[in-house]
Design a protein around this ligand. Structure first.
Ligand code: SF4
Length: 588
C-alpha cells in the first residue's frame, strides 16, 4: 500500500470521544490566547495576522502598574471589554463558558480583552431574558437571522413570531431590519421577547418620515440613544464609507448594494461633506459604551456581484473599518466588523485574512458570501457554500441568506430554510477547524445510522420531522433498510452482517424485527404536501394579481416605476396598492 503523507497540521480530533477513523482536523493547532485561534493553514501569499490587539489601543488615562492595567480614579467599567481589561470575569463570561464547553471563563475574559471576542449584551436587554453568548473565532461559529417588517409587508406580531421561529431553527442572534410599520413598537416587542442578542441598523429608523438629505447630527444621536435605551445589543454603523471612496464605485457593475451605504453616499454627495457617522464616531461610541452596545461596523461598500468583489472600494472601506476598530477600542466599546457579500470561492480566504490583519483580529461577521450570482431563488445554497469557507478561514458569525434574497421579503419557511443552510455551514466549519467536541453529534448520528436505528437517527437529526416524514413517505416501517436501495442492496445492512466490520455501533440497540413506524404527525404530513416550491402556475397567478392592480401590461414597466412617477407617487402605490394586494391574497 502506498504510504501517504497526510497534511497533519494540528491533527487534533474534533470529537471529544476520539472516535472515528480519520486523523482529525487538518487545520492549525488551536492557539487560544494567540492570534491563530481555530484557524485554517494559510495558502501562500495570505496576509498575516496583525501583531496588535485591543491591548494596543487603550483609552486615554489608563496606565500599567505591576503588569496590570489600571483605570483612572473614579472610573466605572460599563462594557464587557472594560471589565475584561480590569481582569474581571463577568456573569456573562461565566454563562458563555457553560455554553461553549471548550473554553474557561478566564480564557473568554482574555479573548474579550484582546478584542478578538465580543459578548453583545446591552444591560437593558440583560434585564429581560437575554442568554449571554459570544462571537469570536475562539468560540463556535454563530449565525444571524435577519427579519423585520417592510413598508409593504408584515406586522409586529408577525416579526416577533419570526424571531421566535428563527431562534427555534438555530439563530444565535437576530437583526431587526424593519423599514415599515411601527418601528419602535416592533423593536421593543422583539427585544423583550428575545433570548438572543438583537442587532439593528439604526439609520433605517433615522430616515422614517424624512429624506436622507435631512439627516442631522441631532437626529443620529437621538435615534442611537433611543435604541440603546430600548436594549439593542449591537448596531450596524456604516461609518467606514468615506467620501473619497465614492469614485471607486463608478467602475462597478452594480454600485452600492448596502441600504445604509447607499443612503450615506447620497447624503455625502448632496452635502459635499464627509460621512456624518465617521465625523461623529467618538460621540456615537460614548452612547454605545454607556449601555454596552457593540459595534457591527457596517460594510456599506460590500460587493453586490462577483465582478465587484475585492475591488478598490471594498478594500478602501476595510482600511477605514480597521481605523474605526482602533478608535472604538480606545473608547472601551466592543467591536465586530461586517464583510462581503458576493465573492468568488477562490477569493474568500484572502477576504477573511485581510480583515484579520487590518482589524487586528476583531470578529468578522459576513453576509454569505454568495459564490455565484445566477441562482436567485436558491441563494441560501449559493451563499452557505461561501459561508462554510468563510468560517473555516476566519469569519466568526455568518449572516444567513434565505431563498428570497434579492427577490422578496422572506416568509416563515424561507427563514427556516436560511437558518438550516447556515447551521450546516457553521457546523461544518467548526468540525473542520477542530473545535473540541464539535464532531460528537456527527459521530453519534453515524453510530445510529450504522445500527439502522431509525428512532435514534431521527432524534439526533437537526430537523427530525423532515427526516422522519421523508423516510415514511416511501416506507412507513422501521426495518433494516430504507426505500433508497431496498433490502438486497442495503450496504449498511450487509455491512452489519459482515461482523468483522463491526458495523452497527449504537449502544444497546439490537433490531428485533420490523417495527411499524409511528403515523406521521400533522406537521410531517404538511411537510410532505408542501415539499418543494410553489408550482409555476401559482407563482404566475400571484404575479398577475400585482400586475393588474398597479396597471402594467406585458413587456411594460409598472406604473410605480421611477421612469414614470416621482418618489411620492411611487410611495403611494407601494403603500396603498401593494398592501391591498397582499390583504386580498391573504383573504383568498
Ligand atoms: S437502503 Fe441504502 S440508503 Fe437506506 S439505509 Fe440502506 S444503504 Fe442506506
Amino acid at each position: 500500500m502506498t504510504q501517504r503523507a497526510l497534511p497533519l497540521r494540528g491533527a487534533h480530533n474534533p470529537s471529544s470521544t476520539r472516535q472515528g477513523t480519520t486523523p482529525g482536523s487538518f487545520a492549525n493547532r488551536a492557539d487560544v490566547g494567540g492570534p491563530l485561534m481555530f484557524s485554517s493553514p494559510d495558502t501562500p501569499g495570505m496576509p498575516q495576522p496583525s501583531d496588535k490587539t485591543a491591548w494596543d489601543f487603550m483609552p486615554a488615562g489608563w496606565r500599567q502598574e505591576g503588569g496590570r492595567w489600571v483605570a483612572p480614579d473614579g472610573f466605572t467599567p460599563a462594557t464587557q471589554l472594560e471589565q475584561a481589561r480590569l481582569g474581571v470575569v463577568t456573569p456573562e463570561m461565566k454563562r458563555v463558558a457553560e455554553r461553549e464547553g471548550h473554553l474557561t471563563p478566564e480564557q473568554l475574559r482574555d479573548e474579550v480583552a484582546a478584542g478578538r471576542l465580543i459578548i453583545p449584551a446591552n444591560r437593558v436587554h440583560l434585564g429581560y431574558q437575554l442568554d449571554a453568548m459570544a462571537i469570536g473565532r475562539a468560540t463556535k461559529t454563530k449565525i444571524n437571522a435577519n427579519l423585520g417588517a417592510s413598508p409593504v409587508s408584515s406586522s409586529t406580531d408577525e416579526e416577533v413570531e419570526k424571531m421566535r421561529w428563527s431562534v427555534r431553527w438555530g439563530a444565535d442572534t437576530v437583526m431587526d431590519l424593519s423599514t415599515g410599520g411601527d418601528l419602535d413598537a416592533c423593536r421593543d416587542a422583539i427585544i423583550r421577547a428575545s433570548s438572543v442578542p438583537i442587532g439593528t441598523v439604526p439609520i433605517y429608523s433615522m430616515i422614517i418620515g424624512r429624506k436622507i438629505e435631512d439627516l442631522t447630527e441631532k437626529v443620529i444621536m437621538e435615534s442611537l440613544l433611543a435604541q440603546a435605551r430600548q436594549g439593542v445589543d449591537y448596531f450596524t454603523i456604516h461609518a467606514g464609507v468615506l467620501r473619497e471612496h465614492l469614485p471607486f464605485v463608478q467602475k462597478r457593475l452594480i454600485g452600492i448594494v448596502s441600504r445604509g451605504g447607499s443612503l450615506l453616499a447620497k447624503w455625502m454627495l448632496v452635502h459635499k461633506q464627509q460621512n456624518p457617522m465617521y465625523t461623529h464616531f467618538d460621540e456615537i461610541c460614548d452612547i454605545m459604551r454607556e449601555y454596552d452596545v457593540s459595534f457591527s461596523l457596517g460594510d456599506g461598500l460590500r460587493p453586490g456581484g462577483l465582478s465587484d468583489a475585492t475591488d478598490e472600494a471594498q478594500l478602501a472601506e476595510l482600511d477605514a473599518l480597521g481605523e474605526l476598530t482602533e478608535k472604538a477600542w480606545k473608547k472601551g466599546v466592543q467591536v465586530m466588523v461586517e464583510g462581503p457579500g458576493h465573492v468568488p470561492f477562490d477569493q474568500i480566504e484572502y477576504n477573511m485574512k485581510v480583515q484579520r490583519s487590518v482589524c487586528h483580529g476583531a470578529p468578522f461577521y459576513v453576509l454569505g458570501p454568495l459564490v455565484t450570482d445566477v441562482f436567485p431563488g436558491y441563494d441560501h445554497i449559493t451563499s452557505c457554500i461561501g459561508a462554510t469557507s468563510a468560517a473555516y478561514h476566519g469569519a466568526a458569525m455568518l449572516c444567513y441568506v434565505t431563498p428570497k434574497e434579492h427577490v422578496g421579503l422572506p416568509k416563515k419557511d424561507d427563514v427556516k430554510q436560511g437558518c438550516i443552510a447556515y447551521k450546516i455551514a457553521a457546523h461544518a466549519a467548526d468540525v473542520a477547524l477542530g473545535i473540541p467536541g464539535a464532531r460528537d453529534w456527527d459521530d453519534d448520528l453515524t453510530k445510529a445510522r450504522a445500527a439502522l436505528n431509525w428512532e435514534k437517527h431521527f432524534e439526533l437529526a437537526f430537523d427530525p420531522d423532515v427526516a422522519r416524514a421523508f423516510h415514511d413517505e416511501d416506507l412507513d416501517v422501521d426495518t433494516d433498510f430504507c426505500a433508497m436501495c431496498g433490502h438486497d442492496w442495503c450496504s449498511v445492512r450487509i455491512s452489519k452482517e459482515i461482523v468483522e466490520f463491526a458495523s452497527g455501533k449504537a449502544e444497546g440497540f439490537e433490531r428485533a424485527g420490523v417495527i411499524k413506524s409511528p403515523a406521521l404527525t400533522a406537521e410531517q404530513r404538511e411537510i410532505l404536501e408542501k415539499r418543494g416550491v410553489l408550482p409555476p402556475e401559482e407563482i404566475h397567478r400571484l404575479a398577475s394579481k400585482t400586475e393588474s392592480a398597479i396597471g402594467v401590461h406585458k413587456g411594460e414597466k409598472a406604473s410605480c416605476h421611477s421612469d414614470y412617477v416621482d418618489p411620492e407617487q411611487a410611495q403611494h402605490i407601494q403603500e396603498k396598492k401593494l398592501v391591498q394586494i397582499r390583504a386580498r391574497a391573504e383573504a383568498e
